[in-house]
Design a protein around this ligand. Sequence first.
Ligand code: ZN
Ligand code: ZN
Length: 409
Amino acid sequence: MDLQQNLRKYAELILKVGLNIQPGDNILLRLDVHGLPLAREIARQAYQLGAHQIHPVFSDDQMTLARFQLAPDAAFDEYPAFLTDFTEGAYLNNYHLLSLFAPNPELLKEADPTRISRWQKVTAIAGERVMKYVMENRVKWSMAALPSPAWAKAVFPDLPEEEAIDKLWASIFQVTRVDQPDPVAAWAEHDRQLRAHEELLNQYAFEKLLFQGPGTELEVYLPQGHRWMGGSSISPKGERFMPNIPTEEVFTMPHAYRVNGTLSATMPLSTRGRLIEGMRFTFKDGAVTDFSATAGQEILKDILDTDEGARRLGEVALVAHNSPISRTGLLFKNTLFDENASCHFALGSAYAENHVRGKEMDAEQKKQAGMNHSITHVDFMVGGPQLNVTGVKADGTRIKVLVNGKWAI
Ligand code: ZN
Ligand code: ZN
């Protein structure tokens, strides 16, 4: 594998498909030290495509960990408002968000969980004002991943570090189609396929979905006017961009008050620097009434206690169990990858674009429509080879949507 050549192709894919950079656009670029070689390649290509400014926003895992372990307690209860102003100012000035992230699945394993939850809450509340620019696609935004040594070791625990990093790069290039001769063209075709599923599901306009699998027996009503989305999103200027690279999902919003039954996660969830394993939920009238986890239960409890909407669902996503990511057979221990290998739900906020009137309704109308609101949005995976999903139309007609984890429509 020629890493340099693949980095150039990855950068091109991120700029042309991920952000769809146009002359005069600016980029707010989040990265850490592992992302520098890719970010430098992105900068060269972005300016050639006509970008005016790229503003890097740097973070570092070791500094983050040091803060959680050593900073005074009061530091976790306040988020500087000027940082939110900065981000909003950028979004209002034609800056688009690119996150190059190198996950570190268990970075905060040894950190005080109450600090993690307090900080999570403070940043979520402070970030609500800017999160809507992303949740409503008011700016173009895209996320792409790259290996950190810690992530590579988590995915390939038996390999020496360098080999693990090479192997993780190869896997990333495979599932992002960078290993194909023309990744940009491959993504255009992939986007067409995702949007075909999206259209079909929108035509069915199911009243509810039934999920059946090991430990799962769940009835999920969909709001009237719900809209399935897959593949690219559209900016206010009408420019298509790809929020997630990779993406394999077609998703919509469940009815926040009409979900009943039991649901079992099929993969561990890496969130807030910790792993949650063996999650099980009971839902009544849309809310989680009972839950358990075999590891990380206190983190799960924190997520559910974030606010009222954190106990309800904001997203239901269908992903075939034979997607390129599932076919690698790897557990990536990162949501961007694992959620695109598996059907998933999200606790917390729904996306406005998943309802035909999502961007016009006020808070009360959204509630009436069954659209969930929360300051959090946490995906967890429920798919697998034994999952069946059936769609039920308002007239009672049943359509098999996924059988044994694979598309049946
Ligand atoms: Zn999703
Ligand atoms: Zn999600």
